[in-house]
Every structure is written in structure tokens, then in C-alpha cells.
Design a protein around this ligand. Structure first.
Ligand code: SAH
Length: 231
């Protein structure tokens, strides 16, 4: 499916993803239409290709079909007013999509999205991207917070989170992230070293945790911070 949904414009890409059954929700569609992927890539000519793209520092922005899958699977926990943590926020693209999903423009219910990324240059670039995409106000008022840190530890100050998205593969489920999940709450996380599986981690109202494997993927790993990226 990886390259089937490419388009010539953002609207075409978002429509093709729906046509190919990657998502089926009007809310996901509306949010993805509000976020122009061209503002989150290095090479704008390839912005609407349904494939990952290098964003520098050895990292990639994930393919649009993975972004759409993530939003669709977390959707129940992406209601207006919800709190979201995006681990390995990279380009900032998903943080912006999540922001639109948890913010009710008319009703005034504003959620909060925290993106945590360990490469400082990407953190700065992602803030610029989000601003270029018209969300400067959300950054200024803290509805979107893009911070530098080790995502494996999460960001307890901002939690508990209704939804946690992890954009890089963890060798095993990080306990800190499970702890920071609200009851109820849901995490979307690729797990595995060589063969990786996207896993849904659900915490119910009583705090019971269940895990469901979804499908195999190839993500960059969650790692220690690379050297040479000092402040
Ligand atoms: N979802 C993002 C980025 C995906 S690539 C996007 O689509 O743009 C995964 C990102 O995770 C990279 O930017 C990488 O730097 C980051 N990352 C890897 N290990 C990390 C860690 N321990 N803490 C925080 N970020 C990490």
C-alpha cells in the first residue's frame, strides 16, 4: 500500500488515502486537510508522495499512510479537549494533525499536544514548520508544545495523556509511557528490534492494560540521543 496513495496536491493525497482504506473518518480527513505536508518536509516537490522523506540528522518524516493510520487508530482518544503526547515528533506534522483533532474551533474546547524529540535542531525546525503551517498562535499559547527530551521517559508534567503516539520503534513497551497514559487512554507504538509490530496499548477506566498487535512496520528506532547534537 505504501506508494499507492500519492497525490499532486495535499487534498489529492488525503483523498487517495481514504480511497485506499487507510482511514475512514471524516474527522481524520478534515484534520489532514488542514495540515499541508509541504510545510513539514525538506523537499517540497515530493511533499505529497506517500512515502517517508529524509528530514536531516538521519531521520525521516513518516509516510502519510502511517500518519493516517495513527490518527485513525487513536481517534476515540482524540476528542476536543483531550491531551496527547507525540514521542519522536520529528517534523511536527502529526502534532499539528492531533492539534486540529483535539481543538474544537467553534465550541472553544481546546486540547493540548506535547511533542517530544531528542534532536534539538529538529525541535527548532518543527516549531518553524508548525508556524509556517499557520499554527503559531497554538505554539504561543501552549496548545502545542514541542520540547526537547528523551521520549522514552515521556513528559509526566503534561500528563496523563488520553492518547500517546510513538513515532519510532521501541525494543519493548516503555513503562514510563504506560504510566503516563490516562484511564481510559490509548497508545500507538511500534515495538520490536528487527521485525517491528505496531501495537495498540489500551488502559481502561480501572487502569487495566491490554495490548493488541496490529501490523508489521519498519520504523527508525527510539535511541539514545546521537552524539554531535550538543546544545
Ligand atoms: N513522526 C515524526 C518523526 C518520525 S522519525 C514525523 O513523521 O515527522 C522518529 C523520530 O524519533 C526522529 O525524529 C528521531 O530523532 C526521534 N527519536 C528517536 N529516539 C528518540 C528518543 N529517545 N526521544 C525522542 N525522540 C527520539
Amino acid at each position: 500500500m505504501a506508494w499507492r496513495s500519492s497525490g499532486l496536491t495535499n487534498a489529492e493525497l488525503v483523498a487517495n488515502l481514504a480511497r485506499n482504506g487507510v482511514y475512514n473518518s471524516e474527522r481524520v480527513k478534515a484534520a489532514m486537510l488542514k495540515v499541508d505536508r509541504a510545510n513539514y518536509v525538506r523537499n517540497r516537490e515530493d511533499a505529497y508522495d506517500d512515502c517517508p522523506q529524509l528530514i536531516g540528522h538521519g531521520q525521516t518524516i513518516s509516510a502519510p499512510h502511517m500518519h493516517a493510520h495513527a490518527a485513525q487508530h487513536l481517534l476515540t482518544y482524540l476528542q476536543p479537549g483531550c491531551k496527547v503526547l507525540d514521542v519522536g515528533s520529528g517534523s511536527g506534522y502529526l502534532a499539528s494533525v492531533f492539534h486540529h483533532l483535539v481543538s474544537d474551533e467553534e465550541g472553544g474546547l481546546r486540547g493540548k499536544v506535547v511533542g517530544i524529540e531528542h534532536i534539538p535542531q529538529l525541535v527548532q525546525w518543527s516549531r518553524d514548520n508548525v508556524r509556517r503551517d499557520g499554527l503559531g498562535k497554538a505554539l504561543d499559547n501552549g496548545e502545542i508544545e514541542l520540547i526537547e527530551g528523551d521520549g522514552r521517559l515521556g513528559y509526566p508534567e503534561g500528563g496523563p495523556y488520553d492518547a500517546i503516539h510513538v513515532g519510532a520503534a521501541a525494543p519493548k513497551l516503555p513503562k514510563a509511557l504506560v504510566d503516563q497514559l490516562a484511564s481510559p487512554g490509548r497508545m500507538f507504538i511500534p515495538i520490536g528490534k528487527y521485525s517491528q509490530v505496531v501495537t495498540l496499548v489500551d488502559k481502561d477506566v480501572e487502569g487495566r492494560v491490554t495490548v493488541e498487535d496490529l501490523f508489521g512496520v519498519m520504523y527508525v528506532p527510539l535511541t539514545d540521543r546521537p552524539t554531535g547534537h550538543g546544545k
